[in-house]
Design a protein around this ligand. Structure first.
Ligand SMILES: [Zn+2]
Length: 174
């Protein structure tokens, strides 16, 4: 079963200086160590999505012969249905489909550069509301910013650093 492993391996001192329980989640130094029990062998490749790990980061590139198979944190989270971010939109009205497309477009752009940043699921079953779960803490903020640019409304962002989790909300009065 899934356990919260997100904050292990995070003893490096620079993080202490930036310690914020609910702050902005945009900085690149927050590393998702979900289900990672030891330092990853380099190179490693994800046997589910094909991303390759080397030089301390995941990339979309063919893996070298000597790479070891494993699962990347994003695929672990997808398999466990255990998101690192949730965007909740309320007051979407007739814009629901358009907003789903906006979120997907943001995902495409983000994922091309950052293989671990993906949409996990979009729940559109409730009237006037969308809930988008993600595998990472960056994509929710990117989606929130895009929503604000396109539709205005009010965006909030809460980042729980200790649990590597971000919650973004967007709301507009009809
Ligand atoms: Zn993967």
């Amino acid at each position: 079963m899934s356990t919260r492993k997100a904050s292990t391996n995070m003893t490096a001192s620079p993080r202490k200086a930036n310690r914020r329980r609910f702050g902005r989640a945009q900085a690149d130094h927050y590393i998702d160590t979900y289900k990672q029990v030891a330092k990853l062998h380099e190179p490693t490749y994800c046997s589910q999505c094909g991303a390759t790990y080397g030089d301390g980061r995941w990339r979309w590139m063919p893996h070298p012969e000597n790479a070891k198979p494993s699962l990347c944190p994003a695929c672990h989270r997808i398999n466990d249905r255990y998101p690192a971010g949730i965007v909740t939109l309320t007051g979407v009205g007739a814009l629901k489909d358009e907003m789903v497309r906006l979120a997907r477009n943001q995902e495409e752009a983000e994922k091309a550069e950052h293989p671990l940043n993906r949409i996990m699921a979009i729940d559109d079953t409730i009237d006037d509301r969308l809930e988008i779960s993600t595998t990472d803490i960056h994509l929710p903020r990117r989606i929130g910013d895009a929503l604000r640019r396109s539709y205005h409304g009010k965006v909030t962002e809460d980042f729980d650093e200790g649990n590597y989790f971000v919650r973004v909300t967007w709301h507009k009065e009809l």
